[in-house]
Design a protein around this ligand. Structure first.
Ligand SMILES: C[S@@+](CC[C@H](N)C(=O)[O-])C[C@H]1O[C@@H](n2cnc3c(N)ncnc32)[C@H](O)[C@@H]1O
Length: 265
């Protein structure tokens, strides 16, 4: 994992070198439409307030829960006590990025969605609220955290979310065997090179040409950046859009040659 200083430098580099998305250098109609309809969508949907009220409450909740740490890739499960407020501060996608995912769902209307890493469920709530007709399968390895997420989904009356508790390596293969090909996948857990590539390959086997993959934090560490380079080179990947804290992967758009964009967001 990079230090905060290294990450800040990387972000600065991204910010200075990324395209501002105002047309210059963006010759793809698909990407241009993504920028105008999704990235620059400034609508404040009423759903935002519902999830942000929950986030605020979680940020103030100093209750401690036992959390199993699956992210380190160790076969020994380490458990530690963590405040709910601390989890809300460090693990959840911020409002800005969760709302970006909401806009993506509003525009592309995915029907089957999969999220790896539920945590307290705020981003899952955004995904589910954006299309009540869709079904979201969200996977979480820490049971106490998952139980809280379940309660949050109940409180927000979100009947279109199914939460799968267990390690991704245990829950993902079974899930992929029984659900329709996903339209949208958000990979936001187990931020290590080998597992990230493994989940990507498993998901690619069931993906369809329109499946959109969204990766969290691919600049978080040197090994995540290595995974990102491998993903970009993958033969099935046709288009990538790097927004630094989240990155999008399209596997078969109407573009017949690979294109990679880094866009300021
Ligand atoms: C960054 S948080 C997810 C945040 C959530 N997507 C959001 O933005 O609201 C990652 C979650 O993935 C879970 N996780 C990490 N590695 C896992 C694994 N191998 N199996 C199951 N869960 C895992 C962690 O317990 C943690 O709650």
């Amino acid at each position: 994992m990079y230090s905060s200083f290294q990450l800040a430098l990387k972000y600065l580099h991204y910010y200075v070198t990324a395209s501002n998305g105002k047309g210059h250098g963006i010759h793809s109609p698909f990407v241009f439409s993504f920028i105008t309809k999704v990235l620059r969508d400034k609508t404040r949907y009423p759903d935002y307030e519902k999830v942000e009220a929950l986030r605020l409450e979680l940020l103030k909740n100093d209750l401690e829960i036992e959390v199993e740490d699956h992210g380190a890739g160790s076969s020994l499960i380490k458990t530690k006590k963590r405040k709910i407020s601390g989890i809300a501060r460090s693990s959840l996608k911020s409002a800005k990025y969760a709302q970006l995912l909401y806009s993506i769902v509003k525009v592309y209307r995915p029907v089957t969605m999969i999220e790896l890493g539920t945590s307290l469920g705020t981003t899952a709530a955004y995904l589910a609220l954006a299309n009540p007709e869709a079904k979201l399968h969200t996977l979480e390895g820490a049971p106490a955290v998952a139980e809280l997420a379940k309660d949050h989904f109940r409180r927000l009356s979100l009947a279109n979310i199914e939460l799968h508790i267990g390690r991704f390596s245990d829950t993902l293969p079974g899930l992929l065997g029984k659900v329709d090909a996903p339209d949208l996948v958000f990979i936001d857990g187990h931020h290590l090179k080998a597992p990230t590539l493994d989940y990507f390959e498993q998901l690619l086997r069931v993906a369809k040409s329109t499946t959109l993959f969204i990766f969290d934090d691919i600049h978080w560490s040197a090994e995540m950046e290595e995974a990102w380079q491998i993903i970009k080179r993958h033969t099935r990947v046709t288009l990538t859009i790097d927004l630094f804290f989240v990155s999008l992967v399209f596997i078969n758009t109407d573009i017949n040659h690979k294109q990679h964009f880094t866009i300021r967001f």
